[in-house]
Design a protein around this ligand. Structure first.
Ligand code: TYD
Length: 340
């Protein structure tokens, strides 16, 4: 199949593109705007393959998207392009509305007009909002609480409206917190691992007892591919790893793997509107034939090992734009918590 993957130089996108090209035998056009977290190094190994093409551009660029879809006779589209970090959505909400809502709108409208046969929107379990007990099913009402999750909910619902209104064959995945190699070190796991390697403090928000369900990136990509090929049009599929953990437990586990002391953890001022817990019921996607395969202990250890042995990948990032972001996000928090 000829597939346009957007955001394919990002974390999940790059793993997905590799899977589709190398294992799936698909032809992939990778459209990525290469903003701060899009990184050509993530897909360097695919360069030169006949079934792979990289295009630098934005999903909100209507003439470009229109041209690409027709020029490459694209049959399927997977939208993995997004602004994804909750903390950045608090600093700059506008870019989230632009990419996650408006960008999705441009991409799906052009896909419909070009007669694309299949469109998958990569969404998130965060659209359900904070779930104190139990787990969200696909029919639950959406209750996003951050500019990030609200923007993702906008793109998610917009995509679904194309099935209701136009019978355009859309499927949506709502994945849980994803971890693995190549994740930009603003996110919890890579930030903590790379800080710990450098004996820097680990800024744990609030009481550290928030809970997330961790999903290995390879399992997440397998689910996206499976739903893309097998999912029923107009349907949503929750995707979770089945590894619900408190943040503090994950932080302690990473420190143990690195042989670093627990006193690197600093309890810092909480994130505004911090969602306490996410949890999804994955019965529907299991019914479709997907299940997670990576035990959390195995996946986390391998991820820690990847960051330990790929320092050049993340040191380049952490010495660039990231420094100003880190100072803005954590400078005062760490001072207030008793020193950097
Ligand atoms: P994150 O990776 O930002 O994902 P999300 O907020 O989308 O779930 O954060 C995962 C959890 O870790 C979340 O509860 C917030 C917490 N966290 C910290 O305690 N400190 C940090 O510096 C970061 C980035 C996250």
């Amino acid at each position: 199949m000829k597939i346009l993957v957007t955001g394919g130089a990002g974390f999940i996108g790059s793993h997905l593109v590799r899977r589709l090209v190398v294992q799936g035998g698909h032809e992939v056009v990778n459209l990525d705007a290469l903003k701060y977290s899009g990184n050509p190094a993530n897909v360097k190994d695919l360069e030169g393959k006949a079934s792979y093409r990289f295009v630098h551009g934005d999903i909100a660029d209507q003439p470009l998207v229109e041209r690409l879809l027709r020029e490459h006779r694209i049959e399927g589209v997977i939208n993995a392009a997004a602004e994804t970090h909750v903390d950045r959505s608090i600093l700059d909400p506008g870019s989230f509305a632009r990419t996650d809502v408006v960008g999705t709108g441009v991409l799906i409208e052009e896909s419909r007009r070009a007669g694309v046969l299949r469109f998958l929107q990569v969404s998130t379990d965060e659209v359900y909002g904070s779930v104190e007990t139990g787990s969200s099913t696909e029919d639950d009402q959406l209750a996003p609480r951050s500019p990030y999750s609200a923007s993702k909910a906008g793109g998610d619902l917009l995509a679904l409206s194309y099935w209701t209104t136009f019978r355009f064959p859309v499927v949506v995945t709502r994945g849980s917190n994803t971890y693995g190699p190549n994740q930009y070190p603003e996110k919890f796991i890579p930030l903590f691992v790379t800080n710990a390697i450098d004996d820097q403090p680990l800024p744990l928000y609030g009481d550290g007892r928030q809970r997330r369900d961790w999903l290995a990136v390879e399992d997440h990509c397998a689910a996206i591919e499976h739903v893309f090929l097998q999912g029923e049009p107009g349907h949503v599929y929750n995707v979770g790893g089945g590894n619900e953990r408190e943040n503090i437990t994950v932080a302690e586990q990473m420190l143990a793997y690195l042989n670093k002391p627990r006193n690197l953890i600093r309890f810092v001022h909480d994130r505004p509107g911090h969602d306490r817990r996410y949890a999804v019921d994955c019965g529907k996607v299991r019914q479709l034939g997907w299940k997670p395969t990576v035990p959390f202990d195995v996946g986390l250890r391998a991820t820690v090992e990847w960051y330990r042995t790929n320092e050049s990948w993340w040191r380049k990032i952490k010495s660039g734009e990231f420094r100003a972001y880190y100072e803005e996000m954590y400078g005062k928090r760490l001072l207030d918590a008793g020193g950097k």
